[in-house]
Design a protein around this ligand. Structure first.
Ligand SMILES: Nc1nc2c(c(=O)[nH]1)N(C=O)[C@@H](CNc1ccc(C(=O)N[C@@H](CCC(=O)O)C(=O)O)cc1)CN2
Ligand SMILES: Nc1ncnc2c1ncn2[C@@H]1O[C@H](COP(=O)(O)OP(=O)(O)OP(=O)(O)O)[C@@H](O)[C@H]1O
Length: 215
């Protein structure tokens, strides 16, 4: 499946981003449950291998049709990794807590991703992570990431150490081979991308140079 997104250069970045989000969310809504759960299995298998050398990992807890991360997080935890996941509370606080097993995750506020019960840590906890996995609706060849629009990660990511890799997770068809995504001054480009079919660093990749995805 290819996602044909319009080129919205000339529009205000905020308006352009909003239109792109609607189109991509619409396409996600049309994914079947079995497509989403297959993506979750592929993500678990691939990212587990990719993440072998990282010990403390920040990762989002997926909701609805987002690329599923629950099986991945549990598998990483079973391997003894430390996982920080967002703890939004009732106010979209930019807090985090350590994952303590699947049974400890619960919907603690309506319409929010599931959260662990552990203490809320502010974003400065991100200084201790070796790898960040962010959600994305799309990523382009330059590493620009389109998020859900809250500016949540844009505000949290400045706490990540400069050398720490930041990988954005999306579906493979959401990687933009041609389109340059609209950006604003706060956007922080990502180091690499994770999808159900590929995990790679952007710098000097074939995708960055010529839009070709790894086999
Ligand atoms: N799984 C996941 N976790 C994430 C993010 C994400 O995109 N995906 N975020 C990425 O930044 C942050 C949270 N961002 C959020 C931004 C807005 C709303 C929100 O407004 N929710 C609506 C309900 C929306 C709906 O039902 O579709 C609400 O509160 O009423 C929630 C979380 C951190 N955790
Ligand atoms: N560090 C920041 N300080 C102040 N405002 C910010 C910051 N980062 C983002 N914003 C504002 O938040 C709003 C949403 O930002 P943006 O469109 O980049 O979100 P996003 O990257 O799609 O979402 P998210 O980061 O939650 O995944 C914009 O109005 C943006 O200017």
């Amino acid at each position: 499946m290819e996602l044909n997104l319009p080129d919205l250069r000339g529009q205000e970045p905020e308006d352009a981003k909003q239109q792109l989000r609607q189109l991509i969310r619409g396409a996600r809504d049309r994914l079947s449950d079995s497509q989403v759960s297959k993506a979750g299995q592929d993500i678990r298998d691939r990212v587990l291998e990719f993440a072998a050398d990282f010990h403390t990992i920040a990762c989002y807890v997926s909701v609805k049709k987002e690329p599923p991360t629950l099986d991945l997080i549990e598998a990483l935890y079973q391997q003894g990794k430390r996982l920080l996941v967002p703890k939004l509370g009732s106010k979209l606080n930019r807090d985090w807590a350590f994952y303590a097993g699947r049974d400890d995750l619960a919907n603690r506020s309506p319409n929010r991703p599931m959260e662990p019960s552990g203490d809320a840590l502010d974003s400065s906890a991100l200084a201790a992570v070796d790898l960040v996995i962010t959600p994305a609706l799309a990523v382009d060849r330059q590493g620009n990431r389109l998020g859900q629009g809250g500016g949540w990660y844009d505000r949290a990511l400045p706490y990540v150490k400069k050398q720490t890799p930041i990988y954005a997770m999306c579906y493979t068809h959401e990687l933009q081979r041609e389109l340059i995504l609209p950006t604003d001054q706060y956007d922080i480009p990502v180091t690499g991308v994770l999808t159900p079919s590929c995990c790679f660093k952007l710098k000097d990749s074939e995708f960055q140079k010529s839009g070709i995805l790894p086999a």
